[in-house]
Design a protein around this ligand. Structure first.
Ligand SMILES: N[C@@H](CCC(=O)N[C@@H](CS)C(=O)NCC(=O)O)C(=O)O
Length: 342
C-alpha cells in the first residue's frame, strides 16, 4: 500500500523503527540487553574474602562468589571472562545494586525478608548455606557462646550478623558490646590485637580468616554454636524477571550438571547423550535458552567454562578445609536441589 500523506509515511517509518528495535532487543530483559551491549557482566563481590572473592597474585578474582558471577557471564555472553568485578562493602553493596552500578551481587549476602521486602531487590539463588559463628583466641579457654556474657564482639556494620547476635544474646539474657568496624582488615586486626573478645560473622568467613592465618590458625577456635541461618546467594534488582530467571536457572544448571555427573572436562562426551534432561541442559533440545532470553548453549557454556556446582565448591572452599555438609546435593544429604529443567 502506498501512503499519500507525509503523516502516513512517518507512521510507517516509526513503525518499522520500533519493529527493528524490538527485534534487536531479543532477550526481553533490559539487564541482559545492557550486558550484551556492554560486552561484560558487572558483578558486585566483596573482593576481600579468601574462598569467596579475593584477587590472586595475578589480580584474578578467585572464590565461589567470583565463579558464581562467571557462570552468569558465560550464560549470557558465552564467555566467562567477559566480566568486571566491583568490590563492595557490607554497607554499600545494596546501593551499588539499586543504583545500577552493578548488574547483580554475589557477595556473601544473606537472604532475608527485609532485604527482599524493603530494598527493591530479591534473591535468585543460594550458593552457600551458612550460619553465624564466633571465633575466639584459643588462649582464652572459652569453649561456648554461653561463656561470652559481657564480651566485646567485633562485627561488620550493616550485616545480618549484627542482628543475629543481638537476638541471640537478648534471648539468652547475655550482655555484649558490639565493636562495629566496616573495613575487614581493620576489624580482623582489632580482634587479633585483643580489642574484642570474639570476632563474629558467617562461619565460612571465620573459616576463611583462620585459613589465611596459616600456621597460626590453631591459635583461633570456632565456637560450636551456630546461632542463625545465613543462606548466601545471588541478589538482583526487582522488576527484571527475565534476568532473575536467568541467574536462578544458571545456578540450577550447575546443580543439574552435577546430578548427572557432567563437569567441565567431560561435558563434550554428553553431547551425544539420549537422556532428555541432559539434552535440554546442553541445548540440544527443548529451547531452554530461548525461554530465558539467551543462547541455547547457556548452561553448556557455564559448566564447560566454570564448572558444575561441585567443581566450584572443590576449587574454592575445599582448600580451606570446609566440608560440603548441608551444601551437598539433596540426594547426598544436603539442601541443594534444582527443580526439573523442562
Ligand atoms: N552474610 C552476612 C554477612 C556478610 C559479611 O559480613 N561478609 C563478610 C565475611 S563472611 C565479608 O564479606 N567481608 C568482606 C568485606 O567486608 O570486605 C550479611 O549478608 O550481612
Amino acid at each position: 500500500m502506498k501512503f499519500k500523506t507525509s503523516l502516513g509515511a512517518t507512521a510507517l517509518t516509526v513503525g518499522m523503527l520500533f519493529a527493528g528495535a524490538a527485534m534487536a532487543q531479543g532477550s526481553g530483559s533490559a539487564t541482559i540487553d545492557a550486558i550484551v551491549k556492554r560486552g561484560e557482566l558487572v558483578c558486585g563481590v566483596a573482593g576481600a574474602t579468601a574462598g569467596f572473592s579475593l584477587p590472586d597474585s595475578q589480580g584474578v578474582m578467585r572464590g565461589i562468589d567470583a565463579d558464581s558471577c562467571r557462570t552468569v557471564a558465560a550464560a549470557i555472553l558465552g564467555d566467562a571472562k567477559k566480566i568486571k568485578f566491583v568490590p563492595t562493602t557490607t554497607t554499600n553493596r545494596f546501593t551499588a545494586l539499586q543504583s545500577g552500578e552493578v548488574d547483580m551481587l554475589y557477595r556473601s549476602t544473606t537472604w532475608t525478608l527485609g532485604r527482599e521486602g524493603n530494598l527493591g531487590t530479591l534473591f535468585a539463588s543460594i550458593n552457600f548455606y551458612d550460619g553465624t559463628g564466633f571465633l575466639v583466641k584459643a588462649s582464652t579457654g572459652v569453649k561456648s557462646v554461653k561463656e561470652l556474657d559481657g564480651a566485646t564482639v567485633c562485627v561488620q556494620p550493616g550485616t545480618s550478623t549484627e542482628l543475629a547476635i543481638a537476638d541471640h544474646f537478648r534471648v539468652n539474657k547475655l550482655k555484649f558490646t558490639p565493636i562495629l568496624i566496616q573495613d575487614l582488615a581493620e576489624l580482623q586486626a582489632a580482634y587479633i590485637s585483643g580489642r574484642c573478645d570474639t570476632y563474629s560473622t558467617d562461619a565460612s568467613g571465620l573459616a576463611s580468616f583462620r585459613f589465611q592465618q596459616g600456621p597460626k590458625a590453631t591459635e583461633h577456635v570456632l565456637l560450636p554454636e551456630i546461632i542463625s541461618k545465613e543462606p548466601l546467594g545471588a541478589m538482583v534488582r526487582k522488576g527484571d524477571d527475565k534476568f532473575f530467571d536467568l541467574v536462578r536457572w544458571t545456578y540450577f544448571a550447575g546443580l543439574i550438571a552435577e546430578e548427572n555427573g557432567i563437569n567441565s572436562t567431560n561435558i563434550d562426551t554428553f553431547l551425544t547423550s539420549n537422556i532428555p534432561e541432559v539434552r535440554r541442559l546442553l541445548g540440544l533440545e527443548g529451547d531452554m535458552g530461548k525461554a530465558l532470553g539467551v543462547d541455547a548453549k547457556f548452561a553448556y557454556n557455564s559448566v564447560k567454562q566454570v564448572g558444575n556446582t561441585a567443581e566450584i565448591w572443590e576449587r574454592n572452599i575445599t582448600p580451606m578445609g570446609i566440608p560440603r555438609g548441608i551444601n551437598n546435593l539433596w540426594n547426598k544429604g544436603g539442601l541443594q536441589y534444582a527443580p526439573p529443567m523442562r
